[in-house]
Design a protein around this ligand. Structure first.
Ligand code: THU
Length: 157
C-alpha cells in the first residue's frame, strides 16, 4: 500500500487516477505560460469528491509566478477551509508536441503538499508523469520528500 506504482501507460492506472489526470489535462488550456511555453495543469480530488483544478501562472518578473499544484492547493484551502484531499494529479504540455510532457512536482510544491498532508493528518496520492513518460502514483506527499523540514522540527528542543 505504501509503494510507488509505475506503469507505462495511463490506461494501466486505476479509473479514479485516470479521470483525475484527464481533468488536469483539460485545464492546461487555462495556463498562463508565455515565458516558459510549458503549460501545467493540476487536479485535486477532494474528500467530498469534488475536483479543484489549477494551472501555472507566470509573470514577467519570473520568480513570482506560481506552479499549477500550488495554485490548486491554495484555491482549495481558500474555497473549502478545512477540506481534505485524496489525490493530486499533474499533466503538462510544451508548445512543440501534442502529447503530454513529463512533469513531476517541483521541490517547492512538494514542500507545500507535505504541509497540506500534515494539516489533514492523512496521506493523499500523487499522480504524475516521469521523464521516461511513465505514470507514477506515489502513496503520499511525504514519500516524495524524505528528510523534510516540517513544523515538528521547530517544536522540538
Ligand atoms: N511548473 C508547474 O506548474 N508545476 C510543476 O510541477 C513543474 C513546473 C511550471 C512553473 C513554470 O511556470 C513552468 O512550469 C516551467 O517551469
Amino acid at each position: 500500500m505504501n509503494d510507488f506504482i509505475i506503469v507505462n501507460t495511463l490506461d494501466e492506472l486505476d479509473e479514479e487516477s485516470k479521470q483525475l489526470v484527464r481533468k488536469a489535462q483539460e485545464t492546461l488550456q487555462h495556463a498562463y505560460a508565455p515565458y516558459s511555453k510549458f503549460s501545467v495543469g493540476a487536479a485535486l480530488l477532494l474528500d467530498n469528491d469534488e475536483v479543484i483544478t489549477g494551472t501555472n501562472q507566470e509573470n514577467a518578473a519570473y520568480p513570482v509566478g506560481m506552479c499549477a499544484e500550488r495554485v490548486a492547493l491554495f484555491a482549495m484551502a481558500s474555497r473549502y477551509p478545512g477540506m481534505g484531499l485524496k489525490k493530486l494529479a499533474v499533466a503538462a504540455r510544451n508548445e512543440y508536441t501534442l502529447s503530454l510532457s513529463p512533469a513531476t512536482c517541483c521541490g517547492s510544491c512538494r514542500q507545500v503538499m507535505l504541509e497540506f498532508e500534515q494539516r489533514q493528518n492523512k496521506a493523499f496520492e500523487v499522480v504524475m508523469q516521469n521523464l521516461d513518460h511513465k505514470w507514477v502514483k506515489a502513496p503520499s506527499a511525504e514519500s516524495l520528500l524524505p528528510f523534510s523540514f516540517t513544523k515538528l522540527g521547530m517544536e522540538r528542543g
